[in-house]
Design a binder for this molecule. Structure first.
Ligand code: 13P
Length: 278
């Protein structure tokens, strides 16, 4: 997930004693390029799409993930089993098991081979009334099962215009991470998805995306300190395309993307290979 580096500068002083002047341990966060298929692709369509994309996105330089509808999870996992591609779910429930018709538990996802799960997407907040409390319960439950949550946050156009973007997102982050221990938080992924940029073709500028992702890293630092803040991966999502991916992903605080519409097309391969396209 991360690459570790180590730098040590040793200075020999004039009186003959050796002093270590500088020691620096640094962590390079690996990029994660995740597709969010949303409510698209029947199982047979899913198998076809994965087979078309597979040879082009099985990339050693970045982590590649398909987050797919529940019914596509098993067939997609079967198709990618000989590759480094991971499969994620788009939703999960926060109870272990029981009379919750229609829901999937973390244990079911883990047993199926799922590694990641999207939590708190704005579409679930908007259409399924998921609030910060539900999102916190889901986050707590999935980290207990060592699933990696991709926690989504982001402001509406109105909030951006009112200048309350960062206050709003700080609240979303603080509420989501309530009672999540740091050893679990460090493995979480956060996706900044401005609602006004989702499915609209209206991408945030690289400056806007970097500014908010950097602020999110700061909010995590305030809760957990620098070690967690330096390692946690923060993605940008909202109209990511082959045309804008590399400008976004080279930003210092943007560790990849959560891609909607373009993840259903051959364009996803260009996004995954953004480094080679340069
Ligand atoms: P689009 O890439 O289609 O704008 O969707 C973004 C998104 O919601 C990913 O979760």
């Amino acid at each position: 997930m991360w690459k570790y580096g180590f730098k040590c500068v040793i200075i020999l002083t004039t009186n003959g004693t050796t002093n270590i002047l500088e020691i620096e341990v640094y962590i390079m966060r690996r990029k994660l390029i995740a597709g969010n298929w949303k409510m698209n692709m029947t199982p047979s369509q899913a198998v076809k799409l994965v087979n078309e994309l597979k040879p082009h996105v099985d990339n050693k330089d970045v982590d590649v993930l398909f987050c797919v509808p529940a019914i596509d999870i098993i067939p997609v996992i079967n198709e990618v089993k000989d590759t480094d591609i991971e499969v994620g779910a788009e939703n999960v429930f926060y109870e272990e098991k029981g009379a919750y018709t229609g829901e999937l538990s973390p244990e079911m996802l883990v047993d199926a081979g799922v590694k990641y799960v999207i939590i708190g997407h704005s579409e679930r907040r908007q259409y399924f009334n998921e609030d910060d409390d539900i999102i916190n319960k889901k986050l707590k439950k999935v980290v207990e099962h060592d699933l990696i949550p991709i926690l989504c946050c982001g402001e509406t156009l109105e909030q951006r215009e009112d200048g309350v973007t960062l206050d709003f997102i700080r609240k979303q982050i603080n509420n989501a991470f309530k009672n999540i221990p740091s050893e679990k938080a460090i493995n979480c992924v956060i996706a900044y998805e401005p609602i006004w940029a989702i499915g609209t073709g209206k991408v945030a500028t690289t400056e806007q995306a970097q500014e908010v992702c950097c602020a999110i890293r700061g909010f995590i630092k305030d809760i957990y300190g620098s070690l967690v803040a330096d390692q946690i991966r923060i993605l940008y999502g909202g109209s990511v395309s082959a045309a804008n991916a590399s400008a976004l992903f080279v930003q210092p605080d943007i560790d990849g993307g959560l891609v909607g519409g373009a993840s259903l097309k051959p364009e996803f391969a260009q996004i995954v290979n953004y480094l080679k396209e340069e």
